[in-house]
Design a protein around this ligand. Structure first.
Ligand SMILES: C=C(O[C@@H]1C=C(C(=O)O)C=C[C@H]1O)C(=O)O
Length: 358
């Protein structure tokens, strides 16, 4: 038997299965449309992150293989995204331009069937979401090698928006030029964070080429696309958008470099069963204040998953604490612990409760 003879019956099987999948997907989509009608009657929110998180967890738990859990989740994320878009296509503002890691974070949270709205700055993402021009915003909050993104933390302090999710993505930086080599290159452009994340590699390989910080890696890719003397450090997706070729991939000093993004919006996400709650607080500047601050968490058996401190910038050596705890604001032990925390705090703000990222 030739290879084609062997493949033929297998492909007939795949075609028959695809016909069933197609039918089932559209059955699912019709039910989602009905969900959309029910929501429209009460003006209820279309995107329900807790429900989507539960579905993604459940498909991974029930997955018998051979498909990988993470791959099955990618497929279901897109299925839900497409179904949701039949109810309403949500608009998501992010730090643009297209091709940045922020855009990747948008897709990781919402799937591809969204209206992405690239913004020029983190401030603009907040403004567009606060004004309702966008339903949600996605902003970088922390990088594993460079630390927190100060502007995002400052804006979270003031905003009326809540956190409705977080996304963590692996950040791979590539050095790219129009030609695919470094001949004639006079400067290397990237966002200051990316330059910092590739510092050792650049010192070793191109110590004499000028480094230029620009607004974003996407902007660096755009500049390199226009100018054959400019190299960009950016994601390969950004490079493709501007017809750049890779000189060297994965040049970040930390191979496990990740960035965490916050999803901001007006939605108060319901409990999904595996949630966390983010808050910001400050304490009066006196002995034992931080100890007292955290005691209620231990007392009520609430685990803290993150604790970050930042100077309040009032010249008084006072600090804001960004704290994440396990559980949802609607869990009684979280609610009880937070009530006591609030009583001990000079400033207290709950940023939101949302499902743990996958
Ligand atoms: C269908 C719904 O609307 C959206 C789409 C979902 C889906 O396709 O499963 C899940 C949650 C919502 O974001 C729903 O709320 O159940």
């Amino acid at each position: 038997m030739t290879m084609d003879d062997k493949l033929k019956p297998l492909r007939v099987q795949i075609d028959a299965i695809d016909a069933q999948i197609l039918d089932l997907l559209n059955q699912r989509a019709r039910v989602a449309q009905q969900v959309g009608h029910v929501k429209a009657e009460t003006n209820a929110p279309v995107f329900r992150p807790e429900r989507e998180a539960q579905i993604l967890r459940s498909v991974a738990e029930r997955n018998p293989g051979p498909l990988l859990d993470t791959d099955i989740q990618t497929v279901f994320r897109e299925v839900m995204s497409a179904c949701r878009a039949l109810e309403k296509r949500v608009t998501v503002a992010y730090l643009g331009p297209a091709g940045t890691f922020s855009e990747q974070a948008v897709y990781q949270q919402f799937g591809r069937a969204v209206e992405g709205m690239p913004c020029a700055s983190i401030d603009e993402v907040f403004r567009a979401t606060e004004a309702g021009t966008a339903d949600f915003g996605v902003v970088p909050i922390e990088n594993s090698s460079e630390g927190v993104i100060n502007r995002t933390l400052d804006l979270l302090l003031q905003t009326t928006l809540t956190l409705s999710g977080e996304v963590s993505i692996q950040v791979n930086h590539s050095l790219m030029t129009r030609s695919g080599n470094m001949n004639d290159i006079k400067s290397i452009c990237a966002h200051s964070q990316a330059l910092a994340q590739c510092q050792l590699w650049l010192n070793q390989n191109y110590p004499n080429i000028e480094r230029r910080a620009v607004a974003s890696n996407g902007e660096a890719a755009r500049l390199a696309g226009e100018d054959p003397t400019v190299a960009a450090i950016a994601s390969e997706i950004a490079g493709k958008n501007y017809s750049l070729q890779v000189v060297k991939a994965h040049i970040q000093d930390d191979p496990h470099n990740r960035t965490r993004f916050a999803v901001i919006g007006r939605l108060h996400t319901a409990p999904s069963g595996k949630d966390q709650t983010s808050l910001v607080l400050s304490v009066p500047n006196k002995a034992g204040a931080v100890y007292n601050l955290l005691a209620p968490l231990a007392k009520h058996g609430v685990s803290m998953t993150r604790f970050e401190s930042r100077p309040a910038r009032m010249g008084t050596w006072e600090y804001y604490f960004y704290v994440d705890v396990e559980g949802h604001l609607k869990d009684s032990k979280v609610a009880d612990a937070l009530k006591e925390l609030k009583d001990n705090s000079a400033f207290f703000k709950v940023l939101g409760s949302y499902p743990f990222s996958l």
